[in-house]
Write a protein that binds this ligand. Structure first.
Ligand SMILES: *Cc1c(COP(=O)(O)O)cnc(C)c1O
Length: 375
């Protein structure tokens, strides 16, 4: 069975982790410092603070922007739910906007229409590793005095106009969950450029503690427990060194997908773009027109030893968000993506022959269903 995602962990990665376990210092320490330094170098000198998850990184950014009750944050309706949950956690309201059907990225005109006097930040997602329209987003943010918190969970190693995502901007959050383009098992990071914001993130990350020059601690504000252990950072250092190779491999596999992917009318490929790091390759499939539901379609692929995934249901249709007043029909593109998206296998250890096998299985399932419905 070909899974839709599989992290690459080498014997050398395991050895580096074991070294930390044997060293006697296993939580946050020298490896975290080295990992932050390496990420900073990777991001052209950005200030980097690592966290125990991408969600923690986003949550800390929302708090560091002093976002709370009465405030609004603009969030795409199509993302992993964490993008909106972190706003709710701060007591603020996520104001959803629709996305492009093929890019899955936040719609600029929709952002503009959604801004109110309560808006504090825009939280764009670089969906699947394709950069959102950052020039337009930062222009809007500057005009309206808003923060930009980029959810770059999919986008470590992606470029925007030839520059790495995270090498420029306000606050940029990464995730190192095992499904992402590099992993620390669980983990995340924030890149920023303002030393005061970086200091604030450090405090929110660890109990609100600040130490003076003599090492005396004081607690200046509420802080959580969001620090990354050294064991994880040791894996991150290894993965980061291979990230560009991994992403090159992903791009090559996706080139193959675009060559081989079925031209069936029910299949709509995702948008390609400059600097895309291809965290996910997920065409839309018109399951209704094929007379099947997604689970049934996935089962037919699984019969042919092909795994698949589902990224993501539209956020505003979850019960939590319906209770805030969102409903069916609010964001047609996000809803259609939620209904029709199917994530095909893509990870660096795959071969082009694997891509061919996925496309052959997809063709066979489509042929079966097309015969079945007489279309
Ligand atoms: C994975 C993901 C997150 C959360 O990252 P974790 O490290 O799993 O907490 C946030 N946003 C998006 C878009 C993601 O895909």
């Amino acid at each position: 069975m070909l899974p839709f995602v599989k992290p690459t962990v080498t014997e050398e990665d395991i050895e580096r982790i074991n070294e930390v376990l044997r060293s006697g210092w296993i939580t946050t320490g020298p490896k975290v410092q080295a990992f932050e330094q390496a990420l900073s170098e990777y991001l052209d000198g950005a200030l980097v603070r690592v966290f125990n998850s991408g969600t923690s990184a986003l949550e800390a950014c929302v708090l560091a922007c002093d976002i709370g009750p009465g405030d609004e944050v603009i969030v795409p309706a199509m993302s992993f739910v964490a993008s909106a949950n972190v706003v709710v956690r701060a007591g603020a309201r996520p104001v959803f906007v629709d996305v492009g059907l093929d890019t899955r990225n936040i719609d600029i005109e929709a952002i503009e229409a959604a801004i109110t006097p309560q808006t504090k930040a825009i939280l764009p997602v670089h969906f699947a590793g394709l950069a959102a329209d950052l020039d337009a987003i930062y222009q809007l943010a500057e005009d309206r005095g808003l923060h930009v918190i980029e959810d770059a969970a999919h986008a470590i190693g992606s470029d925007y106009q030839g520059r790495r995502i995270g090498a420029d901007g306000d606050l940029i959050c990464f995730s190192f969950h095992p499904n992402k383009n590099m992993t620390t098992i669980e983990g995340g990071a924030v890149a920023c450029f303002d030393p005061d914001l970086a200091k604030r993130l450090e405090r929110i990350r660890f109990h609100g503690i600040e130490r003076d020059e003599a090492g005396q601690m004081d607690v200046l504000e509420w802080g959580g427990k969001m620090n990354l252990p050294d064991v994880n950072a040791a894996l991150g250092l290894q993965q980061l060194a291979r990230l560009d190779d991994y992403n090159a491999k992903r791009r090559a596999l996706v080139r193959r997908y675009f060559e081989r992917l079925s031209r069936h009318a029910a299949v709509r490929p995702p948008a390609d773009g400059e600097g895309h790091s291809w965290h996910l390759f997920a065409p839309l499939i018109d399951f209704a027109a094929l007379g099947i539901d997604r689970a049934g379609f996935q089962a037919r692929l699984a019969e042919r030893e092909i795994g698949s995934g589902y990224h993501y249901p539209a956020i505003h249709l979850f019960k939590l968000y319906r209770r805030m007043g969102y409903r069916d029909g609010d964001f047609p593109n996000a809803e259609r993506i939620g209904e029709q998206t199917l994530t095909l296998p893509l990870f660096p250890a795959m071969t082009e022959a694997d891509v061919d096998a996925v496309c052959t299985a997809l063709d066979a399932v489509l042929a079966e269903l097309t015969r079945g419905t007489g279309t």
